[in-house]
Design a protein around this ligand. Sequence first.
Ligand SMILES: Cc1cc2nc3c(=O)[nH]c(=O)nc-3n(C[C@H](O)[C@H](O)[C@H](O)COP(=O)(O)OP(=O)(O)OC[C@H]3O[C@@H](n4cnc5c(N)ncnc54)[C@H](O)[C@@H]3O)c2cc1C
Length: 476
Amino acid sequence: MGANEQHDVVIIGGGVAGLIAANRAAQLGMTVIVLEKGTAEKYLCNTRFTGGSLHICHRDIMHDEAVLQQAIRDNTAGYVTEDFALLIARNGRRVVRWLQDEGLKFMRASASEHHRWVLAPPGRSKPGVDWEGRAGDVLLQRLERQLKQRGGAILRGAHAQSLLSEGGRCVGVAALHAGARQSFRAHAVIIADGGFQGNADMMRQYVTKHPERIKQRGAGTGHGDGLRMAQALGAAVSNLEPFYGHVLSRDAFTNDLLWPYPLLDALVTAGILVNGRGERFADEGRGGVYVANAIARLDDPLSAVCIFDRDIWEQPGARELVPPNPNLPAVGGTLHKADDLNTLAGLAGLPAAALKAAVTGYNRALSAATQGSSDPLPLTPERRTLRYKPMPIAKPPFFAVPVASGITYTMGGLSIDLHTQVVRGDGAPIDGLYAAGIAAGGLEGGPQIGYVAGLARCGVTALTAAEHIATQVKPA
Ligand SMILES: Cc1cc2nc3c(=O)[nH]c(=O)nc-3n(C[C@H](O)[C@H](O)[C@H](O)COP(=O)(O)OP(=O)(O)OC[C@H]3O[C@@H](n4cnc5c(N)ncnc54)[C@H](O)[C@@H]3O)c2cc1C
């Protein structure tokens, strides 16, 4: 390879978005190279760790597009525009079919709708990190083989540094490779570098005062390089504050068997979450992703404790694919247990009077609601009841689990148009520049921090980018 290569397409990042875009571009007759900063044969990225479930808003991805579009509208409270919601709703199924054609196998991992189309074997199998030979690992290996057969290349150890531009058009990427700066010129560049969750400064700027107190629930390889590079060319960005993540045991910082699974979301959404003063601080009824964001915004994100009782532990606590009951204590996660709230408060280091007031107030609002009907429960903060069923904290033993916010990826990113071209503040596209996967913004988030879907979002934007570039590079 020369010092100034020319390609039809250069892609920054070899995760699912980068490799789907690369293969689709090669299928459409374009020359393509993927620049991947990881050096290992099995370089880590969020895709390598994925659970592998292709869904949209936890609905079956094969559902009627109107149903899926409505789910995106509801989940994001209209933050995702109708056009983008339709793009994802319509093309999600195409991603599954396209991956099947590439030779990937899907299975049903549970009776839940969102586990209908899961890459086999699934990534969510037992507590701790367990990716070798599983969903994302199989996917990346397969897509790399396909790319090579199509004449494309993936260059490991190539760390993209800046975009090349001429007359306002993006014409390539400058990268560090083997200690030297190298230029990769192209008709189009696709940024697919996976978000900025691994960049402590950007996390501090947009997400939390204490990035070091947020657990990376993935590879942590997304450093926002693409955002920075594209902004230097005048790119606009979408809302960068919300992130996709879950509630984890606080011990996940020191015990690798406690991340990325088990998730503690089911305990939090059935019981309550309190801060170090023993007070509720978030609407648990909005779900684990919302609550993980609320924990990250606390003055001390390592002060939150989840409180629940025996019924919650034995019912929702035992239902997930890798449930906290029995996995949390089985792998050494802290689970305080007591027959009364006073003792529990002492074990968890919480003020007993405040904890009792929080539990009593919650139980009282819940019992009043079951006699009439009330959503949200009249509490401060209020508590929604429709999506996640709140349960009384009444039957001993009572439990307390110190929790942490786990970040999987940042939801916001580069503003794009419907062709996934990166746009400026005035909405005009930057010629030759595209974003796919988690690098592309405006596809999740909003006031409810609505989760849409990582993999489906990656697949749809990757196919769209490659197909639009083909119309520019090789017009029919
Ligand atoms: C534990 C876990 C479970 C998940 N489960 C699911 C699930 O079941 N369903 C679902 O829909 N989603 C799931 N997700 C989310 C989904 O896996 C991700 O959203 C998706 O894989 C992100 O793909 P990506 O290609 O955008 O980014 P990544 O996979 O992170 O790839 C980005 C790549 O870019 C490279 N890179 C970064 N900067 C540069 C640079 N400057 N130069 C060159 N290369 C660079 C990185 O090294 C990385 O390899 C899960 C994620 C995790 C971590």
